[in-house]
Design a protein around this ligand. Sequence first.
Ligand code: NDP
Length: 283
Amino acid sequence: MSELHFLSQLTGCFAEPVDENPSVVMMEAAYRHHSLNIRYINIEAGPEKLGEVVAGARAMGWIGFNCSIPNKVAVIEHLDGIGISADLIGAVNCVVLRDGQFIGENTDGKGFLKSLETVVSPVNKSIVLFGAGGAARAIGVELALAGATKILVVNRDKNRGETLVDLLNSKTKVIAEFIKWDSKYTIPDDVEIVINSTSIGLFPAIDAKLNIDFDSLRAGIIVADVIPNPPKTNLLREAESRGCITLDGLGMLVNQGVIGIKYWTGVEAEPSVMRTALEEIFA
Ligand code: NDP
């Protein structure tokens, strides 16, 4: 009988039963589709017990695990090493067993990038990034490493916005600029990609809208949202009605999972199977 390898998602406070957790449903759909003899289970563990949990994962021979908030930063001190972009981002959401060592990676931004690349390359592009939290850091770093020319970070909080811009300007080749978001924002004419990486639009506050001039979303530009629930946000509706090419947050979620499975097993998972599993929950 072949061995079972456990992958675990360490989460802060998921209230729903394990088999209704969207990430579990999505990952297990991929495992079934590819006949992978592994399981993805959800473990609730806060930062205070994280060292013991990671030691337990080592002892049990896990091949890796995902971490969600609040463990993405706290887990780093318990690992053996960290990938380049995860180091820049300062957060780990995916741990991979490589040569007996637990190495921290960040697949959030890489998942976004993989989703974006289905419609456009970020190379030499000018980009507006709304938000400066964890998702924005991950996305901003990956876009910069991938060769974007300019990133305008538009955020309410000055400190967070400037911290992200300083990181991008000091550690990557991109030109980053902070714009304080205290009035209706107009997308500049040279911008080709617009990304919402704030939590505006996330269930249950689904009617919330970004404070922007929607008429500045020009036909043909790319408009992407990180919000997975609901996938069709107000931003994407407004963008679609103006002829923009849209990408929803399910694409990022699915592709971070695809990258995780590749890291853990070497298998290139089929994204459509994973997306369908999520759509049954979110759509
Ligand atoms: P953080 O709490 O770290 O950051 C939240 C960001 O949203 C901040 O920049 C904050 O601005 C901004 N924000 C929140 N409310 C408003 C508002 N009313 N007006 C303007 N700005 C606002 O969260 P994360 O970065 O971790 O997550 C952001 C979103 O990304 C979440 O909804 C999450 O679900 C989603 N996400 C999706 C993933 C996917 O795979 N699809 C993966 C990871 C995250 P300020 O700094 O001014 O407070």
